[in-house]
Design a protein around this ligand. Sequence first.
Ligand code: SF4
Length: 183
Amino acid sequence: MSSTDVVEEYIQDERDPSRSPSVPITGLMVQYYHVCKRELWFMANGIDIDRETTNIQRGTHVDETSYGTSRRSFMIDNRIQLDILDSGDVMEVKVSSALEKPARMQLLFYLWYLREIHDIDKDGVLAYPTERKRESVILDETSTKDVESTVRGVLDVVGRDSPPQLEKKPYCGTCLYQDLCWM
Ligand code: SF4
């Protein structure tokens, strides 16, 4: 089966109520894929520590008080939680831009999921209120390819029998899996 077929099959599984995807991908999984594939494997294979605290330490935690009056939260398909602004844009709020790519890919995944699974076209806004920074995130041809490559990658990593090879990352020191990896 080609890589493209893997993504198409994933979309079909998500769209068909009588089927379910073998790996129900979440925004957090997309974020982890771009932070550390080993961390993704641990989390997706039931070796779960304290994700909330891990995210806070890394400055990726959503600030629940930011933009509270102008956004509403939605839970889609019991696992995709996202916020929509009054403007209609999907917003992802992070404390720090230190992990900008994982945050952007998480938001792009939400936009892709809405379009491919629910036929809803949205643009996104990535916001770092403590840095007074916002950026528009658009699902264009290039970013669509990036998301689909990520979906393939997540399915590949999660489906492995063992975690990806150990590699030192800049954020290992703030990762709660560090005892599993380095001790
Ligand atoms: S300690 Fe480092 S290598 Fe291990 S899961 Fe965390 S970030 Fe990945």
